[in-house]
Design a protein around this ligand. Sequence first.
Ligand code: SF4
Ligand code: SF4
Length: 78
Amino acid sequence: MPPKGRIVVDDRYCKGCELCIVECPQNVMELDLSRLTPKGYHPAHLKTEGCTGCAVCALVCPEAAITVYRETVQRGES
Ligand code: SF4
Ligand code: SF4
């Protein structure tokens, strides 16, 4: 199974430039047209499941607005 991840976009910094959306290898991001940031931009968000936590979006974001969380798998004792 591919690793699972999720992202949090900080509305204070996102300027809706869409770089993360273009670069996401899983194509799971879009602008949230239902919300505006304090500066008046539509912020990026996850549009669907499938984020792998690869962190490409965070790397390309010029505002460092994205934090990536990656699910870790606990190995059972056997
Ligand atoms: S790259 Fe950063 S600033 Fe641009 S839309 Fe994505 S989160 Fe917002
Ligand atoms: S961590 Fe990777 S898969 Fe998840 S939204 Fe960012 S670029 Fe896309």
